[in-house]
Design a protein around this ligand. Structure first.
Ligand code: URA
Length: 262
C-alpha cells in the first residue's frame, strides 16, 4: 500500500505537467516535507511513539502564519489588514497580554512600541526585566478599524473581535506555557478570563486561564492618562506580586517604589 509520502511525492511530481511551478505550503507542511527530504524513514508506529517534533519556535512560526490569514477575524470586516503577532522570548516565564495593536504597532508590526509601550518598558525596567526576556502579545492581532479617515486614532476591540482572535492567544499560551500571565487592562481580562469586571475589581488576586495563573493590572495607557502616585503604586503592587510569584529578587528600594514620601 502506498504511504502518504508516496502519494504526496507523486502528486508533486505531476505539478509541472499541470503548468504549476510554485506551491504555497504552510509552516507545518514545510516541516513535514523537510523531514522527508532529510530521508527520515520511520514506520507509522515509530512516528507515533516519537515526541512531538515541533519546538516552541516552530509552533509560534506556525501560529504566526495562521494568524496572518485568520479567517474568523478577516471576515468580520471591522479589523484592519495588517496582522501584528507578538514579540519576545518563546521560553519566557512571564507573558504579558494587551488589547490590540494601535497606529504605531501596526506601522512596526510589533506590540507595544508606541507611548504605551514606552511606559511598559519603564515598568519592566523597574522590575529588573528586559523586554527580550518576556513574551508580549495582544488579545486581538489586528488594529480595530475606524473607517477611511482613522489617521492615528485607535479604538478597543469589540467582544466579537476579541472572540474571533481568542484561539490565537490561547494557542500561544499553550505553546509558551508561561509560569504566569499579566493581563494589561480590562479587554485582555475579558478575553482570557471571560470577565466583564473592571480592572479595579479584578486586580489584587490570582486568576487562572488554561491552568496558568493570571494577574490583572491597569493598561500602561491608563498610567499615561493618570499620573497620580496612587495609580502608579497600584500597578507596581500588581507587578510586585508577579515578581514574588516568579521568585525574582526584590530590593527594599523596589518594594518602596511609588509610596508617598513622608
Ligand atoms: N496597546 C495594546 O494593548 N497593545 C499594543 O500592542 C499597543 C497598545
Amino acid at each position: 500500500m502506498p504511504t502518504l509520502r508516496d502519494i504526496v511525492t507523486k502528486g508533486l511530481s505531476h505539478l509541472p505537467e499541470n503548468g504549476r511551478r510554485t506551491l504555497a505550503v504552510d509552516a507545518e507542511a514545510r516541516q513535514i516535507l523537510r523531514s522527508w527530504m532529510q530521508g527520515r524513514k520511520t514506520t507509522p508506529r515509530q512516528e507515533a511513539a516519537q515526541p512531538a517534533p515541533e519546538s516552541v519556535e516552530d509552533k509560534l512560526a506556525y501560529l504566526r502564519e495562521r494568524a496572518e490569514h485568520w479567517a474568523p477575524a478577516r471576515r468580520l470586516g471591522s479589523l484592519r489588514d495588517t496582522m501584528v503577532f507578538a514579540v519576545g522570548n518563546p521560553h519566557a516565564r512571564l507573558m504579558l497580554v494587551g488589547e490590540a495593536p494601535g497606529y504605531d504597532e501596526e506601522l512596526r508590526r510589533e506590540p507595544f512600541v508606541g507611548k504605551a509601550g514606552q511606559k511598559l518598558n519603564d515598568i519592566l525596567r523597574a522590575m529588573g526585566l528586559a523586554r527580550a526576556e518576556i513574551y508580549i502579545s495582544n488579545i486581538c492581532k489586528f488594529r480595530p478599524s475606524m473607517g477611511a479617515n482613522q489617521g492615528t486614532a485607535n479604538r478597543p476591540p469589540t467582544p466579537e473581535e476579541i472572540s474571533a482572535c481568542l484561539p490565537l492567544i490561547q494557542a500561544e499560551i499553550r505553546a509558551i506555557a508561561p509560569e504566569c500571565i499579566v493581563c494589561l487592562g480590562a479587554t485582555a481580562a475579558k478575553g482570557l478570563l471571560g470577565s466583564e469586571g473592571s480592572v479595579g475589581s479584578l486586580r489584587g488576586a490570582w486568576w487562572e486561564t488554561q491552568g496558568v495563573p493570571v494577574r490583572v493590572t491597569y493598561h500602561p495607557s491608563y498610567l499615561l492618562r493618570n499620573e497620580a502616585l496612587s495609580a502608579r503604586r497600584a500597578v507596581w503592587e500588581d507587578m510586585l506580586a508577579v515578581m514574588e510569584r516568579l521568585s525574582l529578587p526584590i530590593s527594599p528600594k523596589q518594594r518602596a517604589f511609588f509610596l508617598p514620601k513622608n
